[in-house]
Design a binder for this molecule. Structure first.
Ligand SMILES: [Zn+2]
Ligand SMILES: [Zn+2]
Length: 326
């Protein structure tokens, strides 16, 4: 379904003259973290720490920098639990200024990823900048056969992340979430947290299962047996080929057959236990980490208020400084 790249510049010229669309806020309920989300968050902080020489460097912070593109696709694939296991690893350890990330990355500003349209932007500080990303996406979609209001965008800049839903009249855009800050090597950013939950659950997916018609009624247990037998690369390809398989792929049993995640110290930082969140849990509206009401001393909390955890209150400005990664 991808449009050839040479169409891009022509469409951008056309779009600049058109009127900007009206924006409204998109609210997404990201849900309670799964064991997979916990591991993803820890891998994220490790990845940022290991590649901090690049993350820290302002020359990475342009959307057209190859290093930003390399890191960006790494974050996306980590968030989608989309790995290939390779025995051919030429990276010298420990990773230093001389190391170069060697994995493949898309060479475009706009590309499809797991059913979402990813748009890379320099900055997402204002509505105008988000609008710029929307026009890039519109020109990419162009007059292809994709239904315009079927498209959901993940707009990524080196520091931030915005989720966008297109429709013919208005554009729904989420609040701007922090992707990378000075703290990202020790604490998972809200942007990555949201990205991982969106890509591994149904919290923002369009229900598309009705489009799928399998000739036989395949029980999920069989799909899971197939997923267990496959190599990681083949399992992800299989899951992308079918909505039923995708659901099984992201179910905890299919990933962690013999592994038990016991502590959720990243995604549930109060006590690290996942039990009781449905009834006695609270999600911070800034960092999207969960906590138990009793752990934070809020037994009488009423859910009308927007909750911001202690960690986020003490650290209102989530900046990314050159060389600032702790
Ligand atoms: Zn707790
Ligand atoms: Zn918080």
């Amino acid at each position: 379904m991808q449009k050839p790249q040479h169409m891009l510049s022509e469409y951008i010229c056309k779009r600049n003259k058109a009127q900007a669309k009206q924006f409204e806020t998109l609210e997404i309920d990201f849900g309670i973290p799964t064991p997979m989300n916990e591991l993803q968050e820890r891998f994220f902080t490790d990845l940022v720490f290991i590649w901090r020489f690049y993350v820290d460097d302002p020359s990475t912070w342009r959307y057209n920098s190859p290093i930003f593109r390399v890191l960006c696709v790494a974050f996306l694939r980590l968030a989608a639990w989309d790995f290939e296991v390779s025995s051919n690893c030429n990276v010298e350890l420990p990773i230093s200024f001389a190391s170069i990330p060697l994995w493949n990355y898309p060479d475009a500003d706009v590309y499809w990823f797991h059913g979402y349209l990813v748009v890379l932007q320099d900055e997402l500080e204002s509505i105008a900048m988000i609008n710029g990303a929307v026009s890039k996406a519109e020109s990419y979609i162009g007059d292809s056969r994709i239904r315009y209001d079927d498209v959901r965008l993940i707009v990524i800049s080196p520091r931030h992340l915005v989720f966008v839903e297109l429709s013919l009249e208005i554009v729904l855009a989420s609040r701007r979430l922090v992707l990378l800050s000075n703290y990202s090597a020790t604490q998972c950013s809200s942007g990555f947290r949201a990205l991982a939950r969106i890509l591994t659950s149904n919290c923002w997916k369009k229900p598309r299962a009705h489009r799928e018609k399998w000739p036989v009624n395949m029980p999920p247990e069989i799909v899971q047996m197939i997923l267990h037998k496959l190599e990681p690369r083949d399992a992800i390809v299989f899951s992308q080929a079918s909505f039923a398989a995708e659901q099984c792929y992201y179910a905890p049993e299919s990933q962690f057959q013999n592994i038990d995640v016991r502590s959720f110290k990243s995604s549930i930082p109060c006590c690290g236990k996942r039990t009781g969140l449905e009834t006695h849990g609270i999600c911070c509206s800034e960092c999207h980490a969960w906590q138990h009401l009793e752990c934070v001393g809020l037994e009488n909390y009423s859910s009308d208020h927007r909750y911001v955890c202690m960690g986020c209150q003490g650290r209102a400005c989530m900046v990314l400084d050159p060389g600032g990664i702790k």
